[in-house]
Design a protein around this ligand. Structure first.
Ligand code: HAS
Ligand code: CU
Length: 567
């Protein structure tokens, strides 16, 4: 008897214990809360930007904290686009695979990622708050910020690569225990995002390590702005898929179940992720169609490649629409569009994600316009571009993650969602606000309103005359911003209300992993997609084929510019 008691049945070596799960939950919670706190500050400053377009200068009221419009714009961009995304995505991409595979993630590496990212964020925040680095989120040289800013950003980027090791290690452990099987979908998606990001990050990492860091530390006296910009966009384009694809994980692998249905095709989802990986890294110079020093042949090739990157999103549009239709019909929806009304619209998590998809139809269509070299000349550097990215990253990342929070926070904390009604209202306000902002911003862009303009620097009427016309749409941009901000207030009440809310064990429901109708077993597509190492090498080759001829002349005939500080 005692022998039996002292030798408990061996636990399957691989599976996670309750303690492992609790540890993984704590890690994700830390990432999620930190990311959303950054978003809270970023959105608050966004209201100032919206008001600025409407001709209202609120900056003097914030004088002790914010000295200039450009300081505010830098904080808004860095906090929303980098800090919010990097934290939430890093936690999300470690946690979901660990639960899907039922394995313990390497928590030490997870916390190392968190600590390094936090350190980098604090360094960059210090440099932005003391107004030494109001260089905007694109930090184009020869505008020159302080070393704290560039070193901080370098640390954040380096930290964001560590989760790749965590996910690949779990995948390898799982594959050893399941020889011959394809990787489960969410883990496959997480690994492909992080591999894509590894190649993508090479550009900004080289820009930081070889150009910006030594220059800001005084080790070099001049900088090559064209080379720096090109390396920035090497990363700056695929970063948008680093923001988008974690949202797609929820849209493909969780939303169908939340909506009451199934994912129609698992292999098609893998194909979309694979194509996003291969096509997104080589096309960064589509942000530089108007830059001199890049050959028209390269710009033409990049146009074609960029248009190809829309294909996986079109695959997504049809696969996800069909999955939602399936869910709606299962819920009793009849006729051509009855399924749409039958979706669980009262569930704030579902509503957030479906509404994000609706906005992305317009954000994506705008992207296709931007991708076309000639059309981009009309909209480049106008308000069209911020309108495009508020309808993409502001929805497919931010709104999707807001929606995810409504089940994730109860799942992580065992506390009930604070006021699902307020959450739903917040979702709709964010959607309506951003749609208004987006439409008005695209319109203003077509009228020639520049994207980064401190309108209040000139009297409003004078500014309007400067750009040839009165732009009523700028008022709509301001109103859209305020509506979205009210939605954000509702969201954050629910967010913090849940964190400090009532305990409810029922709330700790399982992650809604969806079942697929077309499964990966026996699918040749899924088998081919499984070779992630091979596809990473293919992506690297395509990327180098585009970038070697792009960068070579810039390195051979360098421009030497001294730094400027104009704020
Ligand atoms: Fe972009 C500029 C091209 C997607 C973000 N983009 C930006 C900038 C940002 C950004 C931040 O080629 C500004 C950077 C700066 O500061 O200068 N973009 C594209 C293209 C796509 C695209 C071709 N962008 C994104 C995504 C982003 C993002 C995603 C963030 C997450 N973008 C450009 C270009 C520029 C640019 C140029 C430079 C412009 C310039 O002049 O500076 C594509 O990936 C878009 C493909 C998407 C679709 C939409 C598919 C629709 C779906 C929804 C389906 C709906 C359903 C609901 C299922 C084709 C998936 C059911 C509904 C029913 C009604 C049934
Ligand atoms: Cu791009």
């Amino acid at each position: 008897m005692s022998a039996v008691l002292s030798t408990p049945a061996p636990r399957a070596a691989a599976s996670a214990t309750a303690q492992d799960v609790a540890g993984a939950k704590r890690l994700l919670l830390a990432f999620w809360i930190t990311g959303f706190c950054a978003l809270l500050v970023g959105i608050a400053i966004g209201v100032l930007q919206g008001a600025n377009y409407a001709g209202l200068n609120l900056y003097p009221y914030l004088e002790p904290f914010l000295k200039t419009y450009y300081q505010g714009l830098t904080l808004h961009g860095v906090l929303n686009a980098f800090v919010f995304t990097f934290f939430t995505i890093s936690g999300w991409l470690i946690y979901l695979p660990s639960r899907e595979l039922d394995l313990r993630p390497n928590l030490a590496l997870g916390w190392f990622t968190y600590g390094l990212m936090l350190l980098g964020t604090l360094m960059a925040a210090y440099a932005m708050l003391d107004n030494s680095s109001s260089v905007l989120y694109t930090f184009y040289p020869p505008l020159k910020g302080s070393p704290w800013f560039y070193l901080g950003i370098t640390l954040v980027v380096v930290a964001s690569l560590v989760p790749l090791a965590v996910v690949l290690e779990m995948r390898a452990r799982w594959k050893r225990a399941h020889p011959g099987q394809v990787t489960p979908l969410v883990t496959y998606m997480s690994a492909s995002i992080l591999l894509m990001w590894l190649l993508a990050a090479l550009g900004a990492a080289s820009e930081a390590v070889f150009l910006l860091d030594p220059w800001s530390l005084g080790m070099t006296s001049t900088i090559n702005p064209l080379l720096a910009r090109t390396l920035f966009w090497w990363t700056g384009h695929p970063i948008v898929y680093y923001w988008l694809m974690p949202g797609y994980i929820s849209i493909y692998a969780l939303l169908p179940r939340q909506a009451g249905g199934k994912l129609v095709s698992d292999p098609l989802a893998r194909l979309a992720f694979l194509l996003l990986m291969v096509f997104s890294v080589p096309v960064g110079t589509h942000h530089q169609y108007t830059d001199p020093g890049i050959s028209p042949v390269i710009k033409g090739v990049v146009t074609a490649l960029t248009l190809s990157v829309a294909i996986p999103s079109l695959i997504t549009a049809f696969t996800v629409a069909l999955s939602l239709e399936y869910a709606g019909r299962r819920r009793g929806g009849k006729g051509l569009m009855g399924w749409w009304n039958a979706l669980p619209w009262r569930d704030p998590s579902v509503a957030a994600q479906v509404l994000a998809l609706v906005t992305f139809i317009f954000g994506g269509a705008g992207g296709i316009v931007n991708a076309s070299w000639q059309l981009d000349n009309v909209v480049h550097n106008t308000l069209w571009i911020p309108a495009h990215f508020h309808l993409t990253v502001g929805t497919m990342t931010t709104l999707v993650f807001m929606g995810v929070s409504f089940w994730l926070l109860p799942h992580l904390t065992g506390r009930r969602l604070y006021s699902p009604r307020l959450a739903l209202q917040g979702v709709w306000l964010w959607f309506i606000g951003l749609m208004l902002w987006g439409f008005a911003g695209h319109w203003a862009g077509l009228d020639g309103v520049p994207r980064r303009a401190w309108i209040s620097a000139l009297p409003h009427s004078q500014y309007m005359r400067l750009y040839g016309a009165v732009h009523p749409e700028l008022i709509l941009v301001g109103i859209g911003g305020v509506i979205a901000a009210v939605g954000a207030v509702f969201f954050f009440i629910c967010f913090f209300g849940t964190l400090f809310g009532k305990r409810d064990e029922q709330a700790m429901r399982q992650i809604p992993f969806a079942e697929a109708i077309a499964k990966p077993d026996g699918s040749r597509l899924a088998q081919a997609a499984e070779h992630l190492g091979f596809w990473t090498v293919v992506t690297l080759i395509v990327t180098l084929a585009v970038y070697i001829p792009t960068l070579w002349p810039m390195i051979m005939h360098p421009i030497h510019a001294v730094g400027f500080r104009i704020w």
